[in-house]
Design a binder for this molecule. Structure first.
Ligand SMILES: Nc1nc2c(ncn2[C@@H]2O[C@H](COP(=O)(O)OP(=O)(O)OP(=O)(O)O)[C@@H](O)[C@H]2O)c(=O)[nH]1
Ligand SMILES: [Mg+2]
Ligand SMILES: [Zn+2]
Length: 288
């Protein structure tokens, strides 16, 4: 038996990277019987059927540390939340929703603001004021290769998923990072992708030893309905050092008196992020 990692799955066939080569494997029937679907990113044990033809069977799947249903990937380390500084303009409500989802999954987070070449100074200042104190923010420009080296350093030895709205340059960035497999970019590829009804194939793209990148389709909306309104506070990173310091143990930091979170607005917590917290809390409460 050899250990490896599923990097791609196509119609019941799994490509397993075992270090120096890639084996084509089928999964043992037991997985089907248990309705357990091997997933890109899974660490597996493979029994070799043919060493030369590189064919084997997946015998065992190791426990996952996390799982993302769309794109379907297991064992993600890092999420590169990607937006464009312009064209399309940043929707900050959507950005915060991406952040909340990534925080909920416990992914490491990098905020990537692409199209730096056409980004207005006002937008740069806003992001630097609101997000730079709490997250790792990297400005990139795939036309002039700005910020790409910085991003490469962040992803070394990790599996990183690049997520964000459509047209922000996710595939363009990935093409600068990966060493194999060119991603489709631009308008044409988007049309093709939209027109297809089949599930888009997910793949761990190789970007150097132990380093993999996963592309994803553009998300225009993010649902947070599975999160209880009173839990949304735990996914606002800058609130965490004040939670537990309010007068009431179950404080949700909206109307309660002596609230440590509210007392820190415009000191350690930006008004803009707090307002978006309130908006999301209200929205999730109304839906219950
Ligand atoms: N000005 C500018 N344009 C860019 C930059 N990066 C990408 N683009 C352009 O933005 C458009 C969209 O790029 P893609 O890489 O396809 O975007 P995507 O996020 O993968 O889009 P989807 O696959 O639809 O989700 C293309 O026309 C790119 O040429 C950049 O840094 N600056
Ligand atoms: Mg793309
Ligand atoms: Zn409070």
């Amino acid at each position: 038996m050899v250990k490896g990692r599923i990097i791609k799955g196509v119609g019941g066939l799994y490509f397993v990277d075992i270090g120096d080569k890639v084996f084509e494997c089928k999964a043992r029937g037991v997985f089907r019987k248990r309705k357990f679907i091997p997933t890109v990113g899974d660490y597996v044990e493979v029994s070799v059927i043919d060493e030369d033809k590189k064919i084997g069977f997946i015998e065992n799947i190791f426990e996952r540390k996390n799982f993302l249903p769309r794109p379907r990937v297991a064992n993600i380390d890092c999420c590169i939340i990607t937006f464009a500084g312009a064209r399309p303009n940043i929707n900050f409500d959507l950005l915060d929703r991406f952040i909340i989802l990534a925080e909920e999954k416990n992914f490491e987070i990098v905020i990537c603001i692409n199209k730096y070449d056409i980004t207005k100074q006002d937008t740069i200042d806003y992001i630097n004021r609101i997000y730079l104190p709490i997250y790792n923010v990297i400005f990139t420009d795939t036309v002039n290769n700005i910020g790409i080296d910085e991003l490469k350093i962040e992803v070394i030895n990790k599996v990183s998923v690049v997520a964000g709205p459509s047209g922000v340059g996710k595939s363009s960035i990935i093409n600068k990072i990966v060493t194999s497999g060119v991603r489709k970019t631009g308008e044409l590829s988007r049309k093709i992708e939209r027109g297809k009804h089949t599930t888009r194939e997910v793949e761990l793209l190789f970007a150097g030893n132990g380093t993999y990148i996963v592309d994803s389709p553009g998300f225009t909306a993010i649902s947070l309905e599975h999160i209880k309104p009173e839990n949304i506070q735990f996914y606002f990173k800058e609130f965490q050092m004040f939670i537990g310091k309010c007068r009431f143990n179950d404080c949700v930091h909206i109307n309660e008196p002596d609230c440590a979170v509210k007392e820190n607005i415009e000191i350690n917590i930006s008004k803009e992020r707090y307002e978006r917290y309130k908006f999301l809390y209200d929205e999730l409460r109304r839906r219950r």
